[in-house]
Design a protein around this ligand. Structure first.
Ligand code: 5GP
Ligand code: ZN
Length: 136
């Protein structure tokens, strides 16, 4: 595990800051969000300190979605969002990668999402597709 002494989520993993732990393995840790958007809102974090998804080794990410499923089922969430923010402008506040599992029980509780869809442009999509394929 890679850890940062100043990071609140690294402190939660170590138990230096208390949390309502829901799941733990050698690679990940899951716990209740302290300011939930809805009942059952939980966070899943890798036991590897990194700010953005691109900083985290793949082996720390393998269990994330299976655990998100477990958390959604445990919260009896039939409608829910799995969210992971990268960077301040993308609404990331805590600089240790975390995945939210946010139940959406009704219109007002849970995640609200802005979705500024752009018009379909096949020429642009085709050019982008070629560029991205060449880089993956
Ligand atoms: P972000 O906006 O970075 O994606 O979300 C950070 C989340 O971490 C927020 O939902 C916030 O409520 C949660 N959070 C911040 N500090 C703590 C803490 O000390 N304990 C817990 N359980 N959650 C925290
Ligand atoms: Zn950390």
């Amino acid at each position: 595990m890679s850890s940062s002494a100043a990071c609140i989520f690294c402190k939660i993993i170590k138990g230096d800051i208390p949390s309502f732990k829901l799941f733990e393995s050698d690679k990940i840790f899951a716990f209740l969000d302290i300011q939930p958007l809805s009942r059952g809102h939980a966070l899943i974090i890798p036991k590897f300190h990194g700010e953005k998804l691109t900083d985290i080794p793949d082996e720390y990410l393998n269990e994330v979605l299976p655990v998100a499923k477990k958390l959604a089922k445990a919260a009896d969430a039939t409608d829910f969002n799995v969210l992971q923010n990268n960077g301040t402008i993308a609404h990331q506040v805590v600089p240790h990668v975390h995945f939210h599992m946010i139940p959406k029980p009704n219109e007002t509780e849970g995640l609200g999402v802005g979705w500024p869809a752009q018009a379909t442009d096949m020429d642009k999509l085709k050019a982008l597709h070629e560029e991205l394929k060449s880089k993956i």
